[in-house]
Design a protein around this ligand. Sequence first.
Ligand code: MTE
Length: 474
Amino acid sequence: MSKLRPTGEATPRTDPLVPGADALSGRLRRAPENFLTPDEIGQVGKGRRDFLRASFLAAAGATAMATLGGSAAAAAAPADAAGDPDILNPTPWGSSLGQPVAANPYGLPSKHERGLVRRQSPGLTQVAAASVSFTPLQGLFGIITPSGLHFERHHQGWQDIDPTRHRLMINGSRPEFVKTPRVYTMDDIMRLPPVSRMHFIECGANTGMEWGNVAVPTVQYTHGMLSCSEFTGVPLRTLLEYCGADLKAAKFVLAEGGDGSSMTRTIPIELVLSGEVMVAYGQNGEMLRPENGYPLRLVVPGVQGVSWVKWLRRIEVGDRPYAAKDEAVHYIDLMPDGQHRQYSSIQECKSVITSPSGGQTLLDKGYFTINGLAWSGRGAIKRVDVSVDGGINWTQATLQTPVLSKCLTRFTLPWNWDGRPALLQSRAVDETGFVQPAYGQLRTVRGTRSIYHNNAIQTWQVAESGDVNNVQIL
Ligand code: MTE
């Protein structure tokens, strides 16, 4: 910026990417943290869920305005008419001694960022130990999810297991499948040559509340059962080879968790043979967080989160699917004809605009960067198109590097909001050519009563007031 911005007016700057756009004019108010008041959450606790939708509809219109108080114009007004005191006056932080090193032996985010936390959706589940907390996608940059903001899904609460007492057993369902069944300690596993890879994990139920209609107001709740980390561990294939597994006779492995939920999932052997399935202890450069399976979890790139068994204690090699409870009666897709589809594990190509997104408010017209995430369980993202008119016209977005297989990809598109209502959508295409479907297309095949694998195109409606709301376009 060549000169200080005089108060009351923005310095006009033409953005080279959007002809005519004033890069300093558009401003955005953050989404509300929760869409229900503590009172309403109390009602949900008492079992009253019926009013949730009505609350949401009211919230969609009103909460954003109420969050910070005051009108949009007041919130948008820049500094004081006499000059910006934050430039003209000495600051406390520039004229005092700062905190000593190691004041926080384990570093924490700034206190100014304390609103950016994972949150439980009020009313989704009755018991917090068998529930979900959602990643605040609207506030994140790039593709890596900070470990403390990784979503959580536990069926029977999380445990902080003593790693010296944790064991991983590898055996066969018949003796000939594994010549030398073994029990590994964490020390045994961590001695082996490690691999590190970046992958997304998405719960199969992500966006599951939206099958029938809009249900929740912000991207944290619509898409926040999604995270992405650099995982470190040992390929499962390597461990199976050490144990003398017959990888020709084997067709499946069973992965079993050490928590009280009896979480067991069947994994097709082809995924293991590809070398991608990993027995992981590392997450973003440090040990896994207890909530995410410390000290050992299975990483199954591209596959829904439930197969990423946490607190992994046993792998059995076999020749048929195990029909465990979490694949025979749960994590199945209810189809329009009333039948269920089982073993539909892959998370198909999907994307979402994370900003501007539901609950946020555009405080004035002008330049915004449309920002979002795309991913596919079948490989790398090839392109993402963005529409600001509900899918009539599409513009190709820029993909930020790195663009990796089975990993989140960040996309951006410059946008000059002219103040008129807009419908923001993103549509991803992966390297197999799969195109993310519209709601109408998905419902034709899958109906509206499913829970899992909703990868439809998300629409955010920008109203003339600047409020951004969750809507659906067929
Ligand atoms: N593994 C065990 N042992 N117990 C569990 O409850 N939840 C599964 C999976 N692995 C679960 C588990 C489900 S449904 C999901 S979506 C992912 O873990 C969530 O992983 P996260 O909590 O690290 O995000």
